[in-house]
Design a protein around this ligand. Structure first.
Ligand SMILES: [Zn+2]
Length: 129
């Protein structure tokens, strides 16, 4: 078994696409990676999914099963790591949890917080055999 690590920043899949389109891209990337490594199966796909990524995990899982059919990824497992949204205040230099896209600092109420995490929709790794 070989695990292909995505780059440190991950492979960004984020775009205004439907879950099925997202999964088609993700599975295609995994299949291509497996084939170029000389593997015959994709065993697992791990994704990082931000809470603000705009996708529904259940829909991603359903789409995954559908798009894996009749490919070398059929039967592969899908693991999704949820990434909670976090903002950063450049004034207080603290990170804080944010529930949505409003990244107001809870300490100084600076409204210009920077959204640091939560929009991820990335391939973390692919396991092939
Ligand atoms: Zn602040």
């Amino acid at each position: 078994m070989v695990r292909i690590k995505a780059t440190s920043s991950g492979i960004c899949l984020r775009s205004p696409m439907h879950e099925v389109s997202i999964m088609e891209s993700a599975v295609q990337m995994a299949v291509d990676a497996a084939k170029s490594a000389g593997a015959s199966r994709v065993l697992a796909l791990r994704l990082r999914v931000g809470t603000l990524s705009g996708t529904v995990p259940e829909a991603l899982r359903f789409a995954f099963d559908v798009v894996c059919r009749d490919t070398i990824a059929e039967g592969a497992s899908l693991e999704m790591e949820s990434v909670p949204a976090a903002g950063w205040c450049p004034v207080c230099r603290v990170e804080f949890a944010c529930a949505d896209f409003i990244s107001e600092c809870p300490r100084c109420h600076n409204p210009n917080g920077e959204l640091r995490r939560g929009r991820e929709l990335e391939i973390a790794s692919v396991e092939i055999n």
